[in-house]
Design a binder for this molecule. Structure first.
Ligand code: ADP
Ligand code: MG
Length: 417
């Protein structure tokens, strides 16, 4: 097939979305100093898109002609990727759209996914500009891995998709209160943690979850709890890239072949019918199979946490909560698990501080803290008792109130190098 061959051999076309306001406001400078040359040297064609306001990226991605792009890459903090993912899943063609390979370059103050991608590559920990350079190289290599997304239902019956974390209590408060220390970069979380520790409080609510069963545990990726293995399902983003030349009969080429194919068939379908915006909204995204409506009792195989007094609840689906916080050392991008942590009320300030210090090396579980509980789940429900408070999804504030979540294994694709 001549047309397909020429498609395979042309260079990659990447949309690179940069948020000039993220982090210390230096994302554009970082792009000019480190990334532009690296991508050009690797033969990665890219179009720079500078975001102008909140939700700009979300709207852009929702309307974009995705057949023009091989990858959508964001250079910002995690907040901009949250917009991109939700923009893709709001499309009527969400099923194909969410297969677009996504990449991340750390340009914000909360660079948890970038730190996770670096960690999955097996390299020793680095931060700030070294992390950026590492992620730049991984991006140029262009290997694509599946990435889990978590569907989250809020009480107003809105649904959104999350790739990183869901937090309530201490962590959510720190995340949002520390926005005002954005100018110190990634250190904003350390400052925020110390400030919040001084006014430590208890959060009341009901937490329940559907545990990961042995059956799920035996699947690839959950075999051991320690260091994640490089994902063996990775496929190549741009076979023509000089840094990445799989052999002619490599399965990676086949995977790319298939993805080109599905893109083409989708284009035809799209011209046939364009559902109205409201219908699109109701239909977009995969259906949840484990969740009942929020006002209905839980299914019998769910576990209800006996305590109702918490210091924090943190659900993670990537390894890092921030550049220097390895919250879920056993997590990989497509293990199909939500790594659920909660800290029971009654923990002392010193013990909580010790937990966060240990988390820098992912050693918090080894501190044998009696107040910390860790379990792997497929779905969860949280019902806070107080009418006001902070809940964050991927570091962004969402509507406060009861919510539930379910993991969708490998729904998106992430460039992991
Ligand atoms: P950080 O890690 O510094 O918080 P994020 O990527 O999370 O960086 O971005 C923070 C917020 O800025 C996000 O909610 C995003 O939607 C918003 N945003 C994106 N582009 C702009 C812009 N040009 N001006 C202001 N805010 C923006
Ligand atoms: Mg952010």
């Amino acid at each position: 097939d001549g047309a397909l061959m020429s498609k395979l051999s042309r260079p990659c076309r990447m949309m690179l979305l940069v948020n000039p306001q993220s982090g210390k406001g230096q994302a554009l400078t970082l792009y000019n100093n480190h990334i532009q040359r690296m991508l050009n040297d690797a033969g990665v064609q890219h179009t720079l898109v500078i975001t102008e306001r909140q939700n700009h990226a979300r709207e852009l991605v929702r309307e974009a002609d995705l057949s023009q792009w091989d990858a959508l890459v964001i250079m910002s903090g995690d907040g901009l990727l949250f917009e991109v993912i939700n923009g893709l899943l709001e499309r009527s063609d969400w099923e194909e759209a969410i297969r677009t390979p996504l990449g991340i370059l750390p340009g914000g103050s909360g660079n948890a996914l970038a730190a996770s991608v670096h960690y999955y590559s097996g390299s020793s920990p680095v931060s700030s500009e070294e992390l950026l350079v590492s992620c730049g190289f991984l991006l140029c290599k262009g290997l694509v891995s599946p990435m889990d997304l978590v569907s989250i239902h809020l009480s107003s019956s809105t649904r959104l998709f999350s790739f990183l974390s869901l937090a309530w209590g201490f962590v959510a408060d720190v995340d949002i209160e520390s926005e005002k220390y954005r100018h110190v970069g990634a250190a904003r979380f350390t400052v925020g943690t110390l400030v919040r520790l001084a006014s430590l409080r208890v959060y009341k609510g009901k937490l329940s979850y559907l545990p990961v069963t042995d059956d799920c545990n035996n699947r690839r990726g959950l075999r051991n709890n320690m260091r994640p293995h490089r994902n063996n399902q990775a496929s190549s983003l741009c076979p023509a890239s000089p840094l990445n030349c799989p052999s002619k009969d490599s399965p990676l080429r086949n995977t790319f072949h298939n993805s080109c194919h599905s893109n083409n068939s989708f284009k035809v379908r799209r011209t046939e019918s364009t559902p109205s915006r409201s219908a699109t909204k109701a239909l977009a995204g995969p259906p949840d199979s484990l969740l009942l409506p929020l006002d209905q009792p839980l299914p019998s195989d769910w576990v209800v946490v006996p305590e109702e007094d918490f210091v924090l609840m943190l659900a993670m689906y990537q390894s890092h909560l921030a550049e220097d916080l390895l919250a879920a050392p056993g997590a990989i991008s497509d293990d199909g698990a939500i790594h659920l942590f909660y800290v029971r009320a009654g923990i002392s300030r010193t013990a909580l501080l010790r937990l966060f210090l240990a988390m820098e090396k992912g050693a918090h579980m080894a501190t044998s803290c009696q107040h910390l509980v860790y379990t792997k789940v497929r779905a969860l429900r949280l019902e806070p008792y107080s009418p006001k408070g902070i809940i964050t999804v991927d570091g962004e504030v969402v509507e406060y109130g009861p919510l539930q979540a379910e993991v969708h294994r490998g729904l998106a694709r992430l460039i992991t190098g």
